[in-house]
Design a protein around this ligand. Structure first.
Ligand SMILES: [Zn+2]
Ligand SMILES: [Zn+2]
Length: 242
């Protein structure tokens, strides 16, 4: 068993240390977990996904699957580029998007799979059922000895709904270990952000990596909790001990 899970940030609006990478509104993560390569979200356009991946030496041609968390264009905008570098890839698309994202995916040589229910991709690696925000959104869940890791695009449904879906599934293993991704709080009132941060702490999370649309207030409030917070931007690598 490997002793870490790695997430590399291909696209985020937070500028990292490297100036040769596009920093744009959106999210795309290259996740290495249990010998699988998973692309989580695609960012807003082909150019950013392809050029940033090339510059980071990320092998999109070796992907095992892609998971598109929800239909917003900042997460689902690079189906053409993905199909070009990784044809025939199983690509999990949001519930009720077969008629648009599904068709675009097919036209670009990908194999779209609509998320309808829990799906165990491989041992320890799952996609949740669609959870309503709006829009419908699903989450990538990785089970580890330390608990569950949640990868989120925007968390439009809010953390409560997500956690209740997890509790239904993982009755014995409900400890939440880490949450990595967007929380959609950049324009939220401070009180709402504080409420979310309190909930994350009460859930016993050990690690939070706020990305994309999480906002500065969230980072500020997280820093005064007991949670380990990793501030990261485009081009950064996050190694999560498991
Ligand atoms: Zn968002
Ligand atoms: Zn969104």
């Amino acid at each position: 068993m490997p002793n870490s899970i790695r997430a590399r940030i291909i696209i985020d609006s937070r500028q990292g240390r490297r100036s040769d990478l596009h920093s744009v509104h959106g999210l795309s993560l290259f996740i290495e977990a249990y010998d699988r390569y998973i692309l989580f979200d695609l960012g807003p356009a082909d150019k950013y996904l392809i050029e940033n991946s090339e510059r980071l030496g990320i092998p999109l041609d070796l992907l095992d699957t892609a998971v598109i968390s929800h239909s917003h264009s900042s997460h689902a905008g690079a189906l053409g580029g993905l199909g070009w570098v990784s044809p025939y890839l199983d690509t999990y698309i949001p519930y009720d998007t077969m008629q648009h994202l599904g068709i675009v995916a097919k036209k670009n040589g990908l194999r779209p799979i609509e998320v309808l229910d829990w799906k165990e991709l491989w041992p320890y690696i799952y996609v949740t059922p669609p959870i309503y925000g709006p829009p419908w959104e699903h989450f990538l869940i990785i089970r580890t000895n330390k608990g569950l890791l949640v990868f989120s695009g925007c968390t439009h449904p809010g953390i409560d709904k997500v956690v209740s879906v997890l509790k239904e599934k993982f009755t014995e293993q409900t400890k939440l270990y880490g949450w990595i991704g967007g929380f959609h709080l950049s324009n939220a009132p401070r009180s709402v952000v504080a409420e979310t941060v309190d909930k994350l702490e009460a859930l016993g999370l050990e690690l939070v990596v706020p990305l994309h649309c999480s906002g500065r207030v969230m980072s500020e409030l997280l820093s005064s909790t007991s949670i380990r917070v990793v501030e990261a931007g485009v081009g950064d690598t996050i190694d999560i001990p498991i």
